[in-house]
Design a protein around this ligand. Structure first.
Ligand code: 0WD
Ligand code: CA
Length: 382
């Protein structure tokens, strides 16, 4: 059985549920996942701090490249097992199964779906299994690893500069709790991409409830007293090449659209871009309000005649339609089947196909669902 879903599908409504954080978990410098929220909210969530005078001091975002503590690519995939562990712990604390959730996934997956109408050249493959009344959706990492990657040294340095920007623009604690030397030595700190703080939120579109987990870079100001409102205080940090001529604007708008989608999905309201020159020197920093990006891009005088101009409401209506389709097509309880959702840029088609017997078995025994998670859910069923 194979079903395809037309890319021009649009839902009538744009009813989106405001994302609300349920809890968070983190990965530490040794690559271990941490689930004690009280501890990690204090230890693993950085605070934005980049005063204007330090921007003026020509920070080198390439500095320290040879000391980069980089996680091996094959270990740096979205860890569904860790997400399921965190859900078990949350449900134990709540003493019940998580309510009103139809789909459980990572934010990166949803970003790819939401941006698809304006991102037709990038293929993807996801696996989906229905279990215990919910759909579990993960990336097919093997598909991504098959893609040819010919990153040259300069591209590696540019990637590094993104992590370096995170390191120089954040403090491990609020400013008032940091020592002078912690503040002064930000630019000397060894950069790593092991440490990650992951926010897990409940959201939804139309009738479909979604639980999504996504990486968050830092807090803008402070953690509000009502921690339910924390998402609005989070920041997405990004780096990009300085924009020097109009031709680069279209490209930057594409990136900004993706960043908007990524932030919008998880309820992040501020996006901070560090612009670097060809020598990776930080030239300027710009703060964008996520909500204002659609208007900003709509009104940008430079890009008015582009026939492929991004219309945000179109993307949201597409997202509503494709999520509803996935949710309706797949049985949430049938353990004899699993599915592959794939987008092929060659034929420009999005299709849903049942996987073979062996793949289904593997997905339900460690590749997607874990024994531990299934045992937990069986336990609370009775
Ligand atoms: O290909 C990988 N290695 C990916 C890993 C792709 C996507 C996600 N992940 C991991 C993340 O590290 C995290 O543990 O999955 C988890 C959940 O992530 P998410 O929030 O759903 O992922 P997404 O929104 O796609 O990206 C968030 C961050 C990125 O930050 P920026 O500012 O670049 O958007 O995940 C990292 C990166 O730090 N990330 C990647 N790291 C290495 N290679 C990649 C990638 N291709 N894609 C995202
Ligand atoms: Ca980022």
């Amino acid at each position: 059985m194979m079903k395809t879903f037309p890319l021009n599908s649009r839902s009538k409504t744009t009813a989106l549920k405001q994302p609300k954080e349920l809890y968070s978990f983190s990965r530490d410098i040794d690559g271990e996942w941490q689930y004690d929220e009280e501890v990690l909210k204090k230890e693993a969530l950085p605070y934005y701090y980049l005063p204007d005078n330090s921007i003026d001091s020509q920070i080198d975002l390439g500095a320290g490249y040879s000391k980069f503590k980089k996680i091996p690519a094959e270990q740096n995939v979205a860890d569904f097992g860790a997400l399921l562990k965190s859900i078990i712990q949350y449900e134990k604390n709540q003493q019940e199964k998580i309510k009103s959730i139809d789909i459980i996934t990572f934010r990166g997956i949803l970003t790819k779906l939401l941006t698809l109408p304006y991102n037709l050249k990038d293929g993807f493959e996801f696996y989906i299994s229905g279990y215990d009344g919910q759909l579990f959706m993960k990336n097919n990492d093997e598909f991504d690893f098959q893609k040819p990657t010919s990153k040259d040294e300069y591209a590696e340095r540019c990637e590094y500069s993104g992590y370096k920007f995170e390191t120089i623009s954040t403090l491990p604690k609020p400013w008032s709790e940091c020592s002078r030397s912690t503040i002064d030595k930000r630019s000397k700190k060894v950069v790593n991409n092991y440490e990650q703080y992951i926010s897990v939120v409940s959201s939804g579109v139309g009738q479909t409830g979604i639980l999504l987990a996504g990486e968050v870079d830092c807090v803008y100001d402070y953690i509000p007293e009502n921690s339910k409102n924390i998402s609005g205080h989070y920041v997405e940090l990004k780096t990009s090449k300085v924009i020097e001529h109009n031709g680069q604007v279209v490209n930057f708008e594409k990136k900004l659209f993706k960043t908007w989608a990524q932030s919008f999905l998880i309820g992040i309201r501020k996006i901070i871009y560090g612009f670097r020159d060809e020598n990776l020197i930080l030239r300027s920093v710009e703060v964008f309000k996520t909500d204002e990006i659609p208007i900003l891009m709509k009104e940008n005088p430079i890009n008015q005649t582009n026939p492929n101009k991004i219309v945000f409401i179109n993307a949201i209506k597409w997202y509503g339609a494709v999520i509803e389709w996935i949710n309706n097509e797949i049985d949430h309880n049938d353990e004899s089947k699993s599915y592959k959702l794939s987008y092929d840029p060659g034929s420009r088609s999005l299709s849903l196909i049942e996987v073979d017997y062996e793949t289904n078995k593997k997905l339900r025994n460690g590749d997607l669902l874990t024994q531990e998670f299934k045992a937990w859910r069986e336990l609370i069923k009775s």
